[in-house]
Design a protein around this ligand. Structure first.
Ligand SMILES: Cc1ncc(COP(=O)(O)O)c(C=O)c1O
Length: 436
């Protein structure tokens, strides 16, 4: 039953106890931690991290995009594996810092960084700030003057917006005429001039992030080329070793029929792009940085729900309503994201009957899957398994309808570990000053 989905799931098998992930039966996890529940197979994530290292080699800077999913336990895993972290807010910065990551291994992103965020980044001593726009340079100089270390210039990368024509969802396309991130080459050249002349800053490199869920490797090849073309005429303004940060964006498989490139192919595409642009000859010393998020964590995660209602509606057919939805996973509503679904309580039964699986929230858009095949007997109390929910799911969750965020459990070699507890009513009400 899980065979067709093997490539979208982490280490999963199906025996008399039903479906197990990372060696732990899902029914056991549901009984112990309740539903909805986010489950992440730590070994899977670890092997993805190592796969990227193998593909890119020891010199490359591997930067995990924290926006995909971040918690203390993951920061510690990334730290052990020698990764850096891309933080995009004071909150992510604080999380990485409190989890023990040396701030020099944090790359600070953001297209609307506040003075407070820049001050915090400087105070903690982040390794790199990726500057998104011209105004940010003066703001950074100011915060660096107040809180920076005189003996250590702040390393700056410039975020470029060059149309690499990625074919992906418009909402996650981050270059081109409709994207509001970064600077087009002319403005970025001016930024290079200003940063290289600025007090307390070093122009460390350039960055481009074309978008997310990109299958076409030519986009990454073009990214490599574009960075070299930009840097080459300005080479003497940059640090001795210039960093070429090609962002993230590698696609993952969500559905049984989906294919996605391997980390090795991704690395090869980037290296080819750099070779095509004669990077070594024109730039001298350089270093590749990549910032994958989704492709590290997405397939390592599944969400577990329990069916709360089954009904038949004339216009919709058989409908199953589960105990989560829009609040724990807004992706179907935001991007029309599609998912496979398994019945975790009847894993051995034939999945051959169409159902509409909906969430618990007060919107007709709260549809987890408009039509999926599940066992005909699926009913109230059954466990529903939603694969590929490691990335941009917990991270995008909300408390809509007064539903607290679900807990996150890591599984590893047959043992579960609660890494983020679920939100209680007290958590939900803690900021309401009339109630506390
Ligand atoms: C600047 C930047 N880097 C990296 C990423 C990670 O992208 P992905 O999760 O698709 O790998 C993002 C995602 O939006 C991003 O904005």
């Amino acid at each position: 039953m899980t065979h067709a989905l093997k490539h979208v799931l982490p280490a999963t098998w199906c025996d008399a106890q039903g479906i197990s992930i990372g060696g732990v039966p899902l029914s056991q996890l549901a009984d112990r931690f309740g539903t909805p529940l986010y489950i992440i197979d730590e070994r899977h994530v670890e092997s993805r991290l190592r796969g990227f290292r193998e593909a890119f080699g020891p010199e490359a800077g591997l930067v995990y995009a924290g926006k995909a999913f971040l918690c203390g336990a993951l920061v510690q895993l990334l730290d052990r594996e020698g990764w850096l972290i891309d933080a995009v807010s004071a909150g992510e910065l604080e999380l990485a810092h409190r989890a023990g990551l040396d701030a020099s291994r944090i790359v600070m992103h953001g297209n609307a960084k506040t003075d407070e965020e820049l001050a915090q980044a400087v105070r903690l001593g982040v390794g790199r700030v990726v500057v998104d726009h011209l105004q940010e340079i003066d703001l950074l100089v100011e915060q660096n003057r107040r809180f920076g270390r005189a003996d250590r210039p702040m390393r700056v990368l410039l975020r470029l917006n060059i149309d690499l024509a990625p074919e992906t969802h418009a909402k996650v396309t981050t270059v081109g005429p409709t994207a509001h991130f970064g600077m087009e080459p002319e403005t970025a050249s001016e930024a290079a001039r200003r940063v290289s002349a600025a007090e307390g800053l070093t122009l460390g490199g350039v960055h481009i992030h074309a978008g997310s869920q990109i299958r076409d490797l030519r986009v990454f090849r073009r990214a490599g080329e574009a960075l070299v073309e930009f840097v080459a005429p300005l080479r003497d303004r940059f640090a001795e070793t210039v960093e070429l940060d090609v962002g993230g964006g590698l696609a993952v498989p969500y559905l049984a029929e989906d294919q996605a490139p391997e980390a090795r192919e991704y690395a090869e595409a980037i290296v080819e792009g750099l070779g095509e642009a004669r990077a070594s000859e024109r730039l001298g010393a350089y270093r590749i940085l990549v910032e994958p998020g989704r492709s590290v964590i997405a397939n390592g995660g599944v969400t577990l729900y329990r069916v709360q209602a089954r009904k038949t509606l004339p216009g919709l057919g058989q409908v199953l309503a589960v105990d989560g939805g829009l609040s724990d996973n807004p992706r179907p509503s935001l991007y029309d994201a599609r998912y496979e679904i398994l019945n975790g309580s009847r894993a051995h039964a034939k999945h051959d009957t169409p159902f509409r699986v909906v969430g618990r929230h007060c919107e007709s858009g709260d549809v987890i899957a408009p039509s999926v095949l599940l066992p005909a007997e699926t009913d109230r109390g059954d466990l529903i398994v939603l694969p590929v929910t490691g990335a941009y799911v917990y991270a995008m969750s909300s408390r809509y309808n007064g539903v607290g965020r679900a807990p996150v459990v890591f599984v590893r070699d047959g043992a579960p570990r609660l890494v983020v507890r679920g939100e209680t009513h007290d958590d939900l009400l803690a900021c309401d000053v009339e109630l506390s």
